[in-house]
Design a protein around this ligand. Sequence first.
Ligand code: NAD
Ligand code: TYD
Length: 339
Amino acid sequence: MRVIVTGGCGFIGSNFIRLILDEVPRAVVCNVDLLTYAGNLENLAGVEEGFKGRYFFERADIADRKGIIAVMDRFKPEAIVNFAAETHVDRSIEDASPFIHSNVIGTQNLLQLAGERGLDKFVQVSTDEVYGSLGPEGCFTETTPLAPNSPYSASKASADLFCRAWHETYGLPVVVTRCSNNYGPFQFPEKLIPLMYSLAVKDQPLPVYGDGQNIRDWIHVRDHCRGVLLALLKAAPGTVYNFGGQAERTNLEVVRGILAHCGKPDSLVRFVKDRPGHDRRYAMDFSLAAKELGYAPEVTFEKGLEQTLDWYAANAGWIENVTSGAYKDFMSKWYGDRL
Ligand code: NAD
Ligand code: TYD
């Protein structure tokens, strides 16, 4: 099975590439990544040598028709798993344009080319954020109406709708997966868990938006990747599957857990101006994926968080390497007037 995995140098894509190469001996992977600020070749160190002849890398923009045609001509894929995207909500609030380019136009370009080449499967990796925000009760199901609130989630919802259209109009075998908040090794330190860890170890203030009572349903990246792999191997075309981790926590609970793990005081928490349009609560009903794909999360949040923070401690150099000048510019611009 020859699979193009886009965004494979990012957090989830790099974890997915290791998983599929480990678990599916017939899989040959071409990682197509533009290497934006969030993409790092270091995330796949050792993979080329460890899986000789089964792993290739191509630097390309998924929105570039000619570039992707050239990759397809060389690699001759049978399937695409599309992880490539701009992914940080706060950056989408600063400037939505890159999100429209990569998440909407990029996905449409891949759908178009997948259709022209008659590919066997197209898996679009999407998010629970397309459903908007929940009140205190209930969970998102696959039939919950899309109601995105941030420019990021609006771009992901647009991509989901193009996926639906390509299935309905052209019969492309598309599957959309929607997952809750991931954590684990190789997550870029702009997202809650690695950001708070990297600040805590340096005894710097931890910026918690609003009252810290927003709830996310945390899932270990390995569980998400197992779900995406099941979708690639087993899902029927035209379906949408939710994945969640059954681990709803308030942001404050997560941040305090990180501080406790690092042996740092709660006084490092700073409540700062809220994120505009901040979704209050996410929670996923993944019973469809459980029934049809045999999906179930395996990593409990407390164990997974401990392992993840231990990984960051053992890989302190990784954080230093990925936080470039551009990262520092965004952080001081975004948090400058908050902290
Ligand atoms: P990430 O930001 O860590 O990585 C994104 C990767 O995509 C990077 O390697 C980047 O270089 C690449 N990329 C961006 N634009 C590109 C383009 N135009 N062409 C080629 N490559 C490009 O993101 P992540 O957290 O690993 O998320 C991966 C996917 O999973 C995204 O589609 C995201 O929407 C989805 N998702 C993420 C979460 C989460 O909690 N992180 C949850 C649900 C769904
Ligand atoms: P984030 O990791 O950006 O993921 P998402 O917005 O996709 O859910 O944020 C997770 C939660 O943490 C979200 O409710 C916003 C909150 N948060 C903070 O309180 N402070 C921060 O500095 C960041 C980055 C996030």
